[in-house]
Design a protein around this ligand. Structure first.
Ligand SMILES: Nc1nc2c(c(=O)[nH]1)N(C=O)[C@@H](CNc1ccc(C(=O)N[C@@H](CCC(=O)O)C(=O)O)cc1)CN2
Ligand SMILES: Nc1nc2c(ncn2[C@@H]2O[C@H](COP(=O)(O)OP(=O)(O)OP(=O)(O)O)[C@@H](O)[C@H]2O)c(=O)[nH]1
Ligand SMILES: [K+]
Ligand SMILES: [Mg+2]
Length: 458
């Protein structure tokens, strides 16, 4: 129900300077007035929009003072949700904030669902769906570039692009309608050519967005990079070196790492989810074996594999088995332990892998080269995040792919000389797909799924 008043804790739960309980809905001020006592005896119902009041939150049933607070009021429609908003700024302890929320709920507000404030901003028309999605991306951004992309999307840059494509498509549809109204006339060849070239232009613009979406996805989700190799080649040493922190246990005992270790790093603005795994080998140790199975699972889902080899030893069956497992994946092979005499067939490894880096992780050699190889591979021939409209969300990319397919079919229909209104069916499909990105035209379950993913209080 959109017209009830919702409330939630909008700051992170934990000890902090301030914790905020936020209310949104037309009863926000009325509910707040039941629990707030102004220090100067003022009535908050007379408050001006975008002003604050100092006082106490009091449990109306027990008259017990719960917290000393500052309350702020923002009047609809100039607010985050486009509804009346009251924010109660409490002391930032877990208990005070929770108790304030609980009296607010007892006084007539309903606990907000995750993302419900932002969902209201969307349903009330302040932002479209792609902008709402940008809010959560902004909160989760781990690098400056990711943040920058999310802010641009929040400001509506992607929406503008999609709306302009939809306008152009609508122009083509109008064009077709106009010719269909005069069926007796032979459709002018010039008209058809113009239509096809307009559609091809739209396709090329969509193509550009799709092409760069791979990089965009990395900025939003991070590049899943998994270090694999047989035991003892130096995988955990590499994780520690890239993190610049002794995160994983390193020993000279093969089979040291058993669980999967996952950490975030930022390499030149590229967010990386770095995963260290158990060395892959056949083993009778039950615990280690679970680790090995996990390693195999993780390497299947990786965007990039850092395949580590011990260059001081000849290639072994275990290495070959891993080579088989990672076939067809994005791989950077790392020849580690180059500080020791080389025993591996370097040429053979170079023949098998396009990207090979020499390193001695222990002596801190080759770490920068590994970082460079990762970033180069990510952006091979592609754009960075600078001043680009980058599609970062897989949902948007999928919609673009489908939108393009429909236009391409439409162009084929037109070119084959079939009646033009047959093409308009396909163009309308494409229009609907584009509309899913901004949420102009979108099914309720998609909306629910998107906002489910939000945090509470947002
Ligand atoms: N205390 C607090 N800080 C916050 C938020 C909040 O809800 N509360 N925000 C959210 O979580 C973000 C700010 N987002 C906002 C987006 C739009 C409007 C808004 O009311 N815009 C009005 C213009 C108001 C004016 O210019 O006076 C409008 O568009 O009409 C407010 C906040 C970040 N900081
Ligand atoms: N000489 C030399 N030793 C290294 C180098 N890198 C790592 N080591 C050593 O190799 C041993 C194994 O290193 P780890 O990082 O634990 O190897 P791992 O691949 O994570 O091993 P598991 O978790 O057991 O699969 C340790 O004794 C490291 O100090 C290197 O570049 N040169
Ligand atoms: K080890
Ligand atoms: Mg290890």
């Amino acid at each position: 129900m959109l017209n009830d008043t919702i409330a939630a804790i909008s700051t992170a739960i934990g000890e902090g300077g301030i914790g905020i309980v936020r209310l949104s809905g037309d009863k926000s001020l009325e509910i707040a007035s039941k629990v707030f006592k102004s220090a100067k005896g003022k009535d908050i119902k007379e408050m001006r929009s975008y002003s604050m009041a100092y006082g106490y939150i009091v449990d109306p049933e027990t008259n017990e003072i719960i917290d000393e607070v500052i309350l702020s009021y923002m009047k609809a429609p100039n607010t985050y949700t486009r509804e009346d908003i009251v924010e109660i700024n409490c002391h930032g302890g877990v208990l005070a904030v929770k108790k304030v929320l609980s009296v607010v709920l007892k006084s007539g507000a309903r606990l907000a669902e995750p993302g419900e404030f932002t969902k209201r901003a969307f349903l009330n028309g302040r932002i479209d769906l792609s902008q709402a999605e940008a809010v959560i991306d902004l909160i989760r951004a781990k690098t400056d570039d990711s943040l920058n992309l999310a802010v641009n999307q929040l400001k509506g840059k992607l929406s503008q692009k999609i709306n302009s494509l939809m306008d152009k498509l609508l122009g083509c549809l109008a064009h077709i309608e106009a010719t269909v109204d005069f069926p007796e006339d032979d459709v002018d060849e010039l008209v058809v050519n113009k239509l096809v070239s307009d559609l091809q232009f739209i396709v090329s613009e969509i193509d550009y967005l799709i092409k760069n979406a791979e990089s965009g996805k990395i900025f939003r989700e991070g590049l899943r990079t998994t270090i694999v190799g047989k035991p003892n080649v130096g995988k955990s040493s590499l994780l520690n070196a890239l993190l610049e922190e002794k995160r994983a246990i390193v020993t000279d005992i093969p089979g040291t790492t058993r669980d999967v270790i996952e950490e975030y790093i930022n390499i030149d603005g590229v967010p990386i989810v770095l995963v260290d795994t158990a060395g892959i080998r056949k083993t009778d140790d039950i615990v280690e074996n679970i680790g090995v199975e996990k390693s195999k699972e993780y390497l299947q889902n990786a965007d990039l594999i850092l395949f580590m080899l011990d260059a001081s030893r000849p290639l072994e069956k275990e290495d070959e088995e891993i080579i088989d497992l990672i076939k067809g994946k994005n791989v950077i092979a790392i020849l580690n332990k180059m500080d020791l005499p080389t025993a591996i067939d370097v040429d053979y490894v170079k023949g098998r892998f396009k990207h090979v880096v020499n390193a001695s992780v222990k002596k801190e050699h080759g770490i920068d080269e590994i970082k460079k190889a990762i970033v180069d591979l990510v952006f091979e021939g592609r754009v960075s995040s600078k001043n680009e409209i980058l599609v970062t969300n897989v949902r948007h990319k999928d919609a673009l792919v489908k939108a393009k397919e429909s236009i391409v079919k439409g162009i084929e229909t037109i070119k084959s000389g079939l009646p033009l209104d047959l093409a308009s069916v396909e163009l309308k499909d494409s229009y609907l797909k584009l509309g899913e990105i901004t949420g102009n035209i979108v099914a309720e379950d998609i909306i629910d799924r998107i906002f489910c993913d939000f945090c509470i209080g947002k």
